[in-house]
Write a protein that binds this ligand. Structure first.
Ligand code: SPM
Length: 289
């Protein structure tokens, strides 16, 4: 459930974050519709710019989207020695594609998004993210990520799952069978990075997702980014690598400050990469299994 009361959008979910919610003051509702898959809203807000809301949950806002999109892309890409072929599952706003193509070693980005309306509406209202689709490196398929991967075995160096939260159909993207499918779609030495919820909200769920990942990737880790418009102001990433020996915390590709600025990274640096893996003790302890 979510509601617009006296010009405020409130992100209420008794299932996902009971007893708390984040609110945004709305200037204008730019678009609202029910697609085949979900309720889609695009809002123009007072202090976070344009915001994409799916089934009442904030997916990204103009003010802080880059933190999430840069880290979910660059942590795995910079942890792979030769990240030529990248697959993005989800990410219909285009922000992750926009980041992935920045890396000079990335030759092709395949993307599979289930809801074509999210892509269309992002192109219309959220061009600062949807510009990711303009690159000739990006090949977009509207369809189901599970089906896509079943038909593309051992094809990708990096798989990024930019999903919505673990509720409804998205639950399956946090389960063991999904990690198994990704493993099979990777080339040797490949790496995956998935939206990994938030340990402040549901430590047990994050732990279960990491365990599901660890069933198929012996080298599994968890990193975090600060994103003020997400619940508790942060979000995590579940990372799994087929190379057992690779040190995920130390990027294999490092950019100079000049390169960082030229590539228009606003959040990612090599130091941020390393620091993203530093977890508070209570979380690190919970993830020792
Ligand atoms: N390309 C951006 C899409 C964002 N996908 C992730 C959205 C997650 C929203 N909820 C965060 C809650 C964290 N527990």
């Amino acid at each position: 459930m979510n509601t617009l009361v006296k010009g405020w959008f409130s992100e209420i979910s008794d299932e996902l974050w009971p007893g708390q919610c984040f609110s945004l003051k709305v200037k204008e509702i730019l678009h609202e519709e029910k697609s085949e898959f979900q309720d889609i809203k695009i809002l123009d807000t007072e202090t976070y710019g344009k915001a994409l809301i799916l089934d009442g949950v904030i997916q990204c806002t103009e003010r802080d989207e880059f933190g999430y999109q840069e880290l979910i892309s660059m942590i795995p890409i910079c942890s792979h020695p030769n990240p030529e072929r990248v697959l993005i599952v989800g990410g219909g706003d285009g922000g992750v594609a926009r980041e992935a193509i920045k890396h000079p070693a990335v030759k092709e980005v395949y993307q599979v998004e289930i809801d074509g309306r999210v892509v269309d509406l992002s192109k219309k209202y959220l061009p600062f993210m949807a510009c990711g689709f303009d690159s000739p490196k990006v090949h977009l398929t509207i369809g189901d990520g599970f089906e896509f991967m079943k038909n593309h075995k051992e094809e990708f160096d990096v798989i990024i799952t930019d999903s919505s939260d673990p509720i409804g159909p998205a639950v399956s993207l946090f389960q063991e069978s999904y990690f198994e499918l990704m493993k099979k779609a990777l080339r040797p030495g490949g790496i995956i990075c998935s939206q990994g919820s938030n340990f402040w909200i549901d430590l047990e769920h994050v732990k279960e997702t990491l365990k599901a990942c660890a069933c198929h990737f012996k080298n599994t880790s968890y990193a975090m980014a600060m994103v003020p418009s997400y619940p508790c102001g942060s979000i995590g990433f579940v990372i799994g690598c087929l190379d057992e020996k690779r040190d995920l915390k130390t990027p294999l590709h490092c950019f100079t400050t000049d390169q960082i600025d030229k590539l228009n990274f606003k959040y990612y640096t090599s130091d941020v990469h390393k620091g993203a893996f530093a977890l508070p003790r209570f979380a690190a302890k919970a993830f020792e299994f």
